[in-house]
Design a binder for this molecule. Sequence first.
Ligand code: TRP
Length: 465
Amino acid sequence: MQNREQWGSKLGFILAASGSAVGIGNIWKFPHMAGQNGGAAFTLVYLLCILVVGLTIVVAELAIGRSTQLSPVGAFEKLAPKTNWKWVGFLGVASAFVILSFYGVVGGWILKYIFVSLTGGFDSLSNDPEAAKSLFVTFTGSTWSPILFQVLFMALCVYVIVNGVKDGIESWSKIMMPIIIILLVVLAVRGLTLEGGIDGLKFLFLPRFEDLNASAIVLALGHSFFTLSLGMGTMITYGSYLNREQNLLNSALWVLALDTAIAMLAGVAIFTTVFALGADPAGGAGLIFFILPSVFPQLAYGSIWGTLFFSLLFMAALTSAISILEVVTAYFIDQKGWSRKKATIQFGVVITIVGVFCSLSLGGGVNITGYFGGTFHHFFGETFFDVMDNLSSKYMLPIGGMFTAIFILMKWTVPSFINEIGQTIIGKEKDASLVSVLCGTAAIVVGFIILNEIIAKVTGNAIIG
Ligand code: TRP
């Protein structure tokens, strides 16, 4: 225990934690959600969710990790010995398996698209989103090619994690995060200087309150959670490599700021380009894989822009994926006494195998949840890929986050939590009430989202949305 690894510097930690937060969620999900749900109106709601619910749970997770110097299972066990709270930790480890299985598949797709763009493969898709779509569907639905790239992506994750906290996670994040920001700025400037690019800014940032409905608010809340990597102990694990000198609140604010800024920058880069070239901004989830590959070749040096874009997306995905794998690795190191290398390789392989089934469910011929299609239509009628995606982001993560907030309130107690934060926020007496209100709000709001989701699943009609 004395030899627990530590981050090398405050900056290193902030870049690693924001590397976890900044991922496919920021660059792919946020722009199209904001674009479709009222532009700045959505962004305002999203910012509110991040500041109230997100910040509270980020600080809570970091504090739990730093105080115990343990990953989730051990952390809950240490703060609440001989209780069932450790199951919140186990839920986190289980979520890591579920998320990384499909996240690794998407990481593989991104890797493949770097090569496609680099070798001029987008050229024939110029101004033809249908052709881009069919390239994507054919590729992801085939058997071997996506698996090959997924395995490559997962091997890179394993490589980074085997090298440890400081020499693996931190040093890679310190290289990749600045590159991500620089590339995004370059792409945003390119977009803004295209004729008509400014219209993309209007689409993204002018508030359209008529497009902001209740389901958009639920969406903003759910996303504020996913984008900050909350609810499965990622931040507990990263917090456990911190020492007492670090200012938790300040670090958490940095992570929030970077995560949000990068999501906005991605929105600017994507929509200015899409508008300038007259492509369909409502491309939704297909925006990245169908629309952009048909847009880039219309620019001068298109294959370079495409390659830069998919490279930065790849780096964002990698720094997130390693944070998910680290939760599993840290569990086997802390609780089972395994070596880092053994834990990472062994479970990297297991997760990759689960991921292969996600990939194969998209057309490769094996959809293990498809067999239940008739019986449990609502859940198991989906592809195995979608089941893993929905199971984690709609249920497991919110449940983990809700229990983290409840844990602070009911078990660890607000004074111990404030003591771990180690600083006054608005005044010694008022802090306890403020923190209680924030944790209470987070628990209730997240609890409501879960309930809403379950009711929608069971009855087919959500309370909201
Ligand atoms: N935050 C990442 C993204 O926006 C995804 C992610 C990484 C994540 N680690 C996580 C989500 C842990 C939930 C839990 O893409």
